[in-house]
Design a binder for this molecule. Structure first.
Ligand code: SF4
Length: 297
């Protein structure tokens, strides 16, 4: 039985940068440090940092001291409030996200309506929306896409910029892009910028390839991590025996007996030790299966 761990599993550049900088800040801090929202969608990492003294808060109004901004970024009002109230921000927003903020702001300032692919509730998009001005649509599915097309064609809108959440599905992006090109009135100036980050794109492609070549796929990541959920969706499409877990404890009851090849991929907020723990547990399970088979013979 082979175990293949995807090369692009685990922390992406942006998450790694945010977590390492936060750890560094904690080591050198003499006073309390806050973090606005969970630093990553991963309980183990969050609990570990909480143990070291960081205080996670849901709103900037709860902060009265240095506050960390995680890789997802924040709405522009947070910067304003911090400035007005003397709160020092350690801004670890991923540069890819900052690029989207600047892009949508630039286009919104010149009269473009922004179409943002992704979930309106995802923290990254909550931040991005604040830079979109008054006229924008956030689109997660085809129903919302057609509603937006109707509103754009029927409204007084003649300039549209399309961007996406950095972890949006690449496959869906291309489908939505095609629909927009075909359905929007031709006199509308349509600018499309694929802002899905490279790390996400590569990870999704590798998940697809790996899923096609194994009997079982294990996706590791936080239950509330959108990029992990997308990896699981991709894996399930190509491999019937796909499971999504947060920790190695969840594979205890899974039956691996009939598999020759098992693939492992992990979301962008999954630390390396979680991946190693799953692999180790899997090796134990495989060793048990083999010794059981021997004893039966
Ligand atoms: Fe940055 Fe991409 Fe990681 Fe998001 S997934 S934090 S955009 S590197």
């Amino acid at each position: 039985m082979d175990i293949i761990v995807g090369k692009n599993s685990g922390f992406c550049y942006g998450v790694k940068r945010a977590v390492e900088n936060t750890e560094n800040d904690l080591e050198n801090a003499c006073e309390k440090i806050y973090c606005l929202g969970e630093i990553v969608h991963n309980k183990e990492v969050v609990n570990e940092l909480a143990k070291k003294g960081i205080q996670f808060i849901d709103s900037i109004f709860e902060a009265d001291n240095t506050t960390i901004i995680r890789a997802h970024g924040v709405p522009k009002e947070v910067y304003k409030y911090a400035k007005e109230n003397g709160i020092e921000l350690r801004d670890y927003t991923c540069p890819n996200v900052l690029k989207i903020h600047k892009l949508v702001e630039k286009y919104a300032d010149t009269g473009y309506t922004i179409v943002l692919f992704g979930s309106s509730e995802h923290p990254e998009n909550v931040g991005t929306i604040s830079f979109c001005g008054e006229s924008y649509f956030v689109i997660e599915n085809e129903k919302e896409l057609y509603e937006a097309i109707e509103a754009i064609n029927g409204g007084n809108i003649n300039k549209v910029l399309v961007v996406s959440q950095t972890t949006f599905s690449l496959e869906k992006f291309y489908i939505f892009e095609e629909i927009l090109k075909n359905e929007l009135f031709k006199n509308i100036d349509l600018v499309i910028e694929n802002t899905i980050c490279k790390a996400t794109e590569i990870r999704q492609k590798e998940t697809e390839e790996l899923s096609k070549n194994v009997d079982c796929m294990i996706i590791i990541g936080g239950k509330n991590s959108s990029n992990t959920r997308k990896l699981y969706d991709i894996a399930s499409r190509y491999c019937a025996n796909s499971i999504c877990i947060e920790t190695e404890k969840e594979i205890d009851d899974f039956n691996f007996r009939n598999f020759d090849k098992i693939g492992i991929m992990a979301g962008a907020s999954t630390p390396q030790n979680s991946i190693d723990d799953v692999k180790e547990k899997l090796l134990d399970i495989i060793a048990n299966i083999k010794s059981l088979e021997k004893s039966v013979k």
